[in-house]
Design a protein around this ligand. Structure first.
Ligand code: NAD
Length: 308
């Protein structure tokens, strides 16, 4: 199992580090255009391997040749948000970057599974899909695990319970129109709606939708990376170990949820073949369906701005 991470900035380097310490891959390669920087970071991570007890060999590079024959490629290259910016404002610049990275990757790893992280997420995943010409099951975006994890972390804080007992899913696009589903959220098997009043749930939903912006406003020079990197590593693990976990990811829809021809956050079964199944929640109510469709509209608008 060889995993390459393209873009060795905050998200990419943190993701490589998590992958290295988890130890399920034989090799992790970190690539960036900044001369020397990924090489130094990769070496630093490999020097931690004896302490972590992980035999995953990590290295950094400026050359795509070193990514050849990757099984999974995580694309994090691109600009991150600064305070006052929306994710969507990154579209033109990051389209160029993601296009360029995808072309360089696919020449050397023809059967890889691509996991896109660069923003605006749903559109950049579409760019990688179109440019690669890969089957749609081999291209996916990371956002839903992050958005769901943020939502669960806020619920655990509010109720003073273990994060392990909160079960939930956040659907839709990676932006303010994302769709947390309180009606289907449980804590130790108990419906969230039995545990918290509506106004507290609404506040948690709103905080989740703006969680990325909350962090950008604190960091000032960039956006979140610990949780995003952990989310991407979880996707890699489910694929590498063929665990077939059901995780919310940006997947190409072909009629599921009544939508097609766009990437959007839905629960998906991740295994050795990539997105092995898009899982459809049949019991969405009218309000939830409407929020999901509104989110799809927001994605299509940004997709239209990506010049391929
Ligand atoms: P960062 O600025 O720390 O790192 C980006 C790296 O990409 C830099 O090191 C830069 O040199 C590199 N890069 C730029 N052009 C490149 C190219 N052509 N080839 C290779 N590398 C290139 O930013 P970050 O915080 O790591 O964020 C990376 C991207 O991920 C941003 O677009 C950000 O918005 C996005 N992001 C998405 C999510 C999500 O949930 N999907 C979460 C966090 C960040």
């Amino acid at each position: 199992m060889k995993i390459s991470v393209i873009g060795g900035g905050n998200v990419g380097a943190t993701c490589a580090h998590i992958l290295a310490s988890k130890g399920f891959a034989n090799e992790v390669v970190l690539l960036d255009i900044l001369e020397g920087v990924p090489i130094g970071k990769g070496l630093d991570m490999w020097e931690a391997a004896p302490i972590a007890g992980s035999d995953t060999f990590v290295s950094g590079t400026n050359s795509y040749q070193d990514t050849a024959n990757s099984d999974i490629v995580v694309i994090t290259a691109g600009l991150a948000r600064k305070p006052g910016m929306t994710r969507d404002e990154l579209v033109a610049k990051n389209t160029e970057i993601v296009k360029d990275c995808t072309q360089s990757v696919i020449q050397r790893s023809k059967n890889a599974i691509l996991i896109v992280i660069s923003n605006p997420l749903d559109t950049m995943t579409y760019v990688a899909y179109k440019v690669s010409g890969f089957p749609h099951k081999h291209v996916m975006g990371m956002a839903g695990i992050l958005d769901t994890s943020r939502y669960c972390s806020f619920i655990a804080m509010e109720l003073h319970v273990s994060v392990e007992d909160v079960a939930a899913v956040v659907l839709g696009g990676h932006g303010p129109t994302m769709v947390p589903l309180p009606r289907l959220t449980t804590v130790g098997g108990v419906p969230l709606t039995d545990l918290l009043p509506k106004e507290r749930i609404d506040a948690i939903v709103k905080r989740t939708q703006e969680a990325g912006t909350e962090i950008v406003n604190y960091l000032k020079t960039g956006s979140a990376y610990y949780a995003p990197a952990a989310a991407a590593a979880q996707m890699c693990e489910s694929i590498a170990k063929d665990k077939k976990r059901i995780l919310p990811c940006a997947c190409w829809l072909t009629g599921e949820y009544g939508l097609k021809d766009l990437f959007m956050g839905v629960p998906a079964m991740l295994g050795k073949n990539g997105v092995e199944e898009v899982v459809v929640i049949k019991s969405l109510n009218a309000e939830e369906k409407m929020a999901f469709e509104k989110s799809a509209e927001a994605i299509r608008k940004i997709m239209g701005e990506a010049k391929l």
